[in-house]
Design a protein around this ligand. Sequence first.
Ligand code: AMO
Length: 442
Amino acid sequence: MTERTLIKNLAAATDGPVSVSGWVDTVRDQKKVQFVVLRDESGAVQLVHPRAFAEDGTPAEDALADAISGLAQGTFLTATGELKHDERVKLGGVEIKLEGMDIAAAAIPETPIADDTGVDKRMDWRFLDLRQPKNNLIFRIQTTLEHAWRTYWVENDFIELHTPKLMASASESKAELFEVEYFEGKAYLAQSPQFFKQMAQPAGFGKIFEIGPAFRADPSFTSRHATEFTSVDAEISWIDSHEDVMKLHEELLIAGFQAVKDKHGEEIKALFDLDITVPTAPFPRIPLAEAKQIVAERGYTVPRTDADMDPEGERQIAAYALEKYGSEFVFLTDYASSIRPFYHMRHADDAGLTNSYDLIFNGVEISTGAQREHRVDVLIEQAKDKGLDPEELDFYLDFFRYGVPPHGGFGMGLSRVVMLMLHLPNIREATYLFRGPTRLTP
Ligand code: AMO
């Protein structure tokens, strides 16, 4: 493979022969000198070529000049020449005096998207959109985040799972379920690895994690929902309560944010004008009922008392946590059993509340976690309470019939974390290829 210099590293390189590869951004074809701005995934640089003239001042044969004149925006080429630092050059303080070009792939002259193109059309042309260094950085940050999480898990003796995404029944509520034809019968796309990550507990795995796809047939068009998303899940045994799950969650997020700040802090500042704040534990914990009161005192009433926080409620409680505790993260705890799934453990002294939480980051829910009900008789009652038929859940209930440690865990949307970390306006920006009710391509 050819060694190549990333454009962002040119400023720190010494003057002399250099070779860079990238896409043509603009060509300024002047009478005496030609300029080409070349971009790669890390930045842009100016290439310059003074045209050749005969002694009498008439243009001389100049194959390189002809090639430059014929360049279309988006053409991918390798340029060789002499790197020169020059403070007067606005673009990075360097330029390359061009000596040769090797065109790998010429582009069609009309580029379908420009800087001001709307997000939907940009998604149509996602590969062009992703060429932007800012967009490239989003996915390098995501890589660092996932790597830091895996490192944390491996160092803490977790086992990585890959649970099946084709299922015989729903894994969350029956709403939002994708049904697919499966030979003579039907299958369903996994909405979360919930049942199978719990199964790893009676299997004796103890601590597990998974980063994998989840599917929700959610018809809504919001800035935070996708029909397919990457779910980051963990499940641990031998817990006393959901407090142990929240502690794990905090440690994991701190490790991830620290790694992102260390590796990309400067680039994030330069491209997003943002300082990454590494959170500190403990994150504030506020019971949901109290959070609703706090929000009401701030002048916003969540429409229904028996419901989850709505988006405005989440924004308000996040603003409160930031003002009062200086924290971008806040756990909302003790959700009512009426709005939680049957498998959440209920309070010993108040069956109306669960040992569960949602984690809000910069005003949006990024995760749900809970201690699970592991006593099979209680679990069956809770399922019935939710109108579920225990017979349909028999495969799941079996996990609890042969000795299961008390356990709990959480599920977290990867793109939501990235979106909120970088203050992106929409989950589509933080998803490589977004899937929504009207988007199945590219
Ligand atoms: P929940 O349904 O709250 O909990 O999902 C967990 C997290 O997954 C993300 N998420 C989504 N992201 C994008 N688009 C969607 N349509 C979408 N739906 C959910 C969110 C959310 O907080 N099994 C439980 C978790 C557990 O208890 O372990 C579950 O799936 O960030």
